[in-house]
Design a protein around this ligand. Structure first.
Ligand code: 5RP
Length: 225
């Protein structure tokens, strides 16, 4: 099976976790796009969606699925999203698609985070994937130096030769060379740096479940305490 087929497999498997009659939280990325495609088959049985990006919102609306603002709904039963890396505790690196801030917001409002990922995303330790950090532009250079002091090499993410601008009007740094041994402490620490909007370590908002697409089928990893 190709990586794309594994993404389709987990996107479809995630339907089993969508609660009929409720609003579903929807993440961002190529794996989530497979989930949105699958959601078309049960769109008449959900109340709608809350989305973590303009891209997912457009895709959901194209299927006729109502998309609500976070402030218009209460607790969300389940949030379905991908990851760039996930470890054996459900801690993740996210933000490869630049949607990390809204992803963390929707995850924080959800009872359960179900991560959908192909097997290449499962790691022993977070940090091989360059860590995305959304920053206020005027703080970018100092934060870049702060990561340097931690042994990381941070670069400003570009799009078409210009700094990428997120859905929130901010910039993204990608940090290479970090070994994140203690994701909870790392996330808490970087969150304190002035100018950091969101760090792409999801340890406080970790996944409760991961549907991992493997060549042997979908493996369910349970991280619920
Ligand atoms: C977007 C994300 C995505 O979940 C992550 O980048 C994985 O994407 P894909 O499913 O395309 O591999 O965090 O900000």
């Amino acid at each position: 099976m190709t990586q794309d087929e594994l993404k389709t497999l987990v996107g479809q498997a995630a339907l089993a976790y969508v609660v009929p009659g409720e609003i579903v939280g929807v993440g961002t990325g190529s794996t989530v796009n497979k989930f949105i495609d699958a959601l078309d088959t049960m769109k008449d049985r959900i109340a709608g969606a809350v989305s973590s990006s303009e891209a997912s919102t457009a895709r959901l609306k194209a299927l006729g699925i109502p998309v609500f603002d976070c402030n218009a709904v209460g607790e969300i039963a389940v949030y379905i999203d991908g990851a760039d890396e996930i470890d054996g505790h459900g801690h993740m690196i996210k933000g490869g698609g630049a949607a990390l801030t809204r992803e963390k917001i929707v995850a924080a409002q959800s009872r359960r985070f179900v991560c959908i990922a192909d097997e290449s995303k499962l790691v022993e330790r977070l940090g091989a994937f360059p860590l995305p950090v959304e920053v206020i532009p005027m703080a970018a250079r100092r934060i870049l130096r702060q990561f340097g002091a931690l042994g990381g090499q941070a670069t400003l993410r570009l799009k078409d030769g210009q700094p990428l601008v997120t859905d929130n009007g901010q910039h993204i740094l990608d940090v290479r060379g970090l070994a994140i041994d203690d994701p909870l402490t790392f996330e808490s620490g970087v969150n304190q740096w002035p100018g950091v909007v969101t760090v792409g370590v999801f340890a406080h908002q970790k996944a409760q479940l991961c549907l991992l697409g493997t060549r042997q089928g979908v493996q369910t990893l349970n991280f619920e305490a």
